[in-house]
Design a protein. Sequence first.
Length: 253
Amino acid sequence: MRKNKLRALIVDDEPLARERISTLLARHPDVEIAGECATGRKAVATIRKERPDLVFIDVQMPEMNGFDVVEAIGPNEIPAVIFVTAYDKYALRAFDVYALDYLLKPFDRERFDKALDRAREHLDLRRGDDFAERLVRMLAARESNRIVIRSGGRVMFLRTTEIDWIEAAGNYLRIHAGRDEHLLRETLNDLLSRLDAGRFVRIHRSTIVNIDKIKKLEPLFHGDLQVILQNGVELTLSRTYRAELEKFLGGQI
């Protein structure tokens, strides 16, 4: 059962077409009609003002057609869209602009209800994603000692104390924590700025290490050092970042 009503806007230059959709929507108690528009320009203004969840819109209208309305609102603010038209030649273009469905006039009640069900599913998923994203941001802000990991639709909170080291991997970071590895889409600099400055240090342009996980340091060539972690992993401390590690250790190395 939906907690919030689905707010729908009807856009068509034909009064009988608007009445037909309004009558079909009236059978669904979870739907509220946010308004009716006879022109594309009026539709743009109403969408911006009323912020409906769903728009039933005709393709061919004078001055401004359905595609013009979608373009005017823009991809980031356009509601879910179901095109309603007597012409099948626009179907491919409709799905190019990510329309949920394409109702070809004349359509029956069963076909209309199927399109409405598709809109419900889409909006429920989108609202769920928005809620999850807000929750993730809230928890991440409150838990500065954790990193948010998203994988396969799931969200996990990794304690930074569990992290051994982090390496850049293309557009992602690979976080090594014990036997586990996690991918995070973020830059090394951005992540380092959020980590505990008293625990994590950059030892290479592509590597961050947890100081508490270091077992020993051994010399390499040209001033580089080998950083050996407690789990046996061997990393390279480049000369460029040697001073940063010395600062952590409180003296020269």
